[in-house]
Design a protein around this ligand. Structure first.
Ligand code: DQA
Length: 138
């Protein structure tokens, strides 16, 4: 079992931006913890982050993973391109958010991705990624 953890726009700033919302650990710190957890559960993982919508689409098209854990960041709320990329591949995608987007600004309440994802995990900080991984590992 191989899982792809795919992070979109601004997620590279995790640990430096809005620490009260996203925490003080960097994406590299979080990814190292995810790798330990997933490997201990007997699976492999790959990490990719891009601020460019088309690169996220291209990574989805090319993935050889068994499952994708996707935090698309703000792309979540308006990217029909990423939505179509998810719909166009046979690999299941779980949508993830560190924050509870429904407890935040109105524009974050809409996801154009949820409908084409297997499920969504949100509001558990960095553990949202682990909980989403568990949906494939259980
Ligand atoms: C986010 C929530 C999005 O609304 C926001 O644009 C992000 C991060 C989250 O992980 O909580 O960049 O996806």
């Amino acid at each position: 079992m191989k899982l792809l953890f795919l992070n979109g726009v601004n997620l590279n700033l995790t640990g430096r931006r809005e620490k009260g919302v996203y925490g003080a650990e960097t994406l590299d710190d979080i990814n190292a913890q995810i790798r330990s957890y997933v490997n201990a559960r007997g699976a492999e993982c790959e990490f990719y982050q891009s601020n460019i919508e088309g690169e996220i689409c291209a990574k989805l098209h090319a993935t050889d993973a068994d499952g994708v854990i996707l935090n698309a960041g703000a792309f979540t709320h308006y990217s029909y391109a990423i939505r179509d990329a998810i719909a166009g591949i046979s690999v299941p995608v779980v949508e993830v958010h560190m924050s509870n987007v429904h407890a935040r600004e109105e524009f974050r309440h809409t996801s154009v991705l949820s409908e084409v994802c297997r499920g969504c995990i949100l509001g558990f900080g960095k553990n949202s990624y682990i909980l989403a991984a568990e949906s494939f590992l259980l």
